[in-house]
Design a binder for this molecule. Structure first.
Ligand SMILES: [Zn+2]
Length: 491
């Protein structure tokens, strides 16, 4: 981006709250039901049907709000947002407007710009202001493809109509696409962590929209903002914002004008396209929902929710760094998901070697889990089982290389480390006499290298270690090999 331009980005996230039933009726929220199976007079918008608020949606909304640092308002008001769309049978959506469920959140996220290869440059903290988190119902879905006659007809599936959503809106606080990317990932993880939402963009239960504008550095006023929709993954959102920044700057630099509009991201063409001109709030003719009383949230409910929240991911990451001496990136990776953090903590404590436990999980266990499509809590190797393996290596009974084979076998068979080691007759050779014999063979077979080494080419030391390890078929204790070899080479 040219230096004389500044980017301003605000984000809206819609997260589906993990309730069993819809927000204003008893219909199931189950994903994958037959079209229009989960509907009733309330969510079909039939005349005379009255909404009743789902208490669980309020509790989960409170979990989300508190975990994101928002204040819950003692009284909030549901409002009708009026617009017509075929998937909205009532002709309005029940949302919240000037008195939302919660507001004024200060959230600290970790963010980094990325280099050309996409690697984070330097992580640092950044404060984001969340304007509000309010409760609302989702609309249904228009189906334009996938059925035999969708070339001629569109269908409407109202299973999703009335699903509870938390809409989370930020101030225009982001200055780059990567800040927005890191924020959405942060929010997703927090929502999953506290059990408020599955926050899975692929299933559509987390959606985000970005408002993007640019202005010349030093300009006080905001530029014309464009709303981006159809961002089906966090990565697409980041790309769409990047595309949009470039597009807006090039329009303005060539003397053109931007219009306030909604644009859709096309992830095949990798570009944004105009969809419609953007509505203003007054277009929706908001007014208080007459069929629902004000939502009054007691101090007691707030306190109950607050005290039931787990340690949040950022706090836990910092504690992992302090308590277990992990690096930022290791601690972040282990806190990417709650069941993984729990797994790590149990393995770290049981093994007595938190750093080794972290390395084994990051390099070996995660790969095995990923191959099987499992999360840590479903791992066939328990944290205590992994800890036992770490101990066998720490005690010098098997080598690290053997340990990797043992873990794969444990994963496959569910057997313990000790069982696998004894069944496969694995032992690490630490016996100095046996290792000395191997060293002598290696030195004898490589007399030329030995001569070079003795005449000053000390980098050959690694070569000899490698040859000895190879001769032992990976069973020699590398520490003993190093010590003995140093001794022999002196002579
Ligand atoms: Zn219903």
């Amino acid at each position: 981006m040219p230096d004389n331009w500044e980017t301003i980005i605000g984000l809206e996230i819609h997260a589906q709250l993990s309730t069993e039933s819809k927000i204003f009726c008893g219909c199931s929220t189950r994903f994958g039901a037959e079209p229009n199976e989960n509907t009733c007079p309330v969510c079909l918008g039939l005349p005379g049907a009255l909404p009743v608020l789902n208490r669980r949606a309020v509790e989960l909304g409170a979990r989300a709000a508190l975990a994101l640092g928002l204040h819950i308002n003692p009284t909030s008001i549901f409002a009708r947002k009026n617009y017509f769309y075929p998937d909205l049978p009532k002709g309005y959506q029940i949302s919240q407007y000037d008195q939302p469920f919660s507001s004024h959140g200060e959230l600290e996220i970790m963010t980094a710009e990325r280099d050309a290869a996409g690697h984070p440059v330097e992580w640092g903290p950044r404060k984001i202001t969340i304007t509000r988190l309010h409760l609302e119902e989702d609309a249904g879905k228009n189906v334009h493809e996938g059925l035999p006659d969708t070339d001629r007809y569109s269908y409407i599936d109202l299973n999703r109509a009335g699903t509870p959503l938390a809409e989370i809106v930020t101030e225009p606080d982001f200055r780059s696409s990567w800040e927005a990317y890191d924020y959405v990932n942060h929010v997703r993880r927090v929502l999953q962590w506290v059990g408020a939402s599955e926050a899975d963009m692929e299933k559509g239960n987390l959606r985000c929209e970005a408002n993007v504008s640019v202005r010349r550095v030093g300009d006080e006023n905001f530029g014309t903002k464009v709303e981006l929709k159809n961002l089906n993954s966090v990565r697409f959102m980041q790309r769409a914002i990047e595309f949009e920044i470039e597009r807006q700057i090039s329009v303005l630099e060539s003397g053109g004008r931007l219009i306030q509009e909604t644009r859709l991201w096309d992830d095949r063409a990798m570009e944004t396209r105009p969809m419609r001109s953007k509505e203003e709030a007054h277009d929706y003719r908001y007014f208080p929902e007459p069929d629902l009383p004000p939502l009054v949230v007691s101090e007691e409910l707030i306190e109950n929710v607050r005290s039931s929240l787990p340690e949040l991911p950022e706090a836990r990451r910092r504690r992992f760094m302090e308590e277990y001496g992990l690096s930022f990136s290791d601690a972040s990776q282990l806190n990417s998901e709650r069941s993984l953090a729990d797994y790590y903590e149990r393995a770290a404590n049981a093994s007595g070697n938190p750093k080794a436990a972290a390395n084994w999980i990051r390099s070996e266990l995660l790969r095995e889990l990923e191959n099987q499509g499992l999360i840590a809590s479903a791992s066939p190797v328990s944290p205590e089982g992994l800890a036992e393996l770490v101990k066998l290596i720490d005690e010098g009974r098997i080598s690290g290389k053997q340990g990797k084979e043992v873990l794969v076998e444990m994963f496959k068979t569910g057997k313990s480390a000790v069982t696998v080691v004894s069944e496969q007759g694995m032992v690490q050779v630490s016996d100095t006499a046996e290792i000395d014999r191997l060293i002598e063979d290696v030195l004898a077979a490589n007399s030329q290298q030995l001569e070079s080494y003795r005449s000053g080419k000390e980098t050959l030391f690694g070569f000899f270690v490698g040859q000895v390890m190879k001769a032992s078929k990976g069973k020699a204790n590398p520490k003993v090999v190093n010590e003995q070899l140093r001794e022999k080479l002196k002579g």
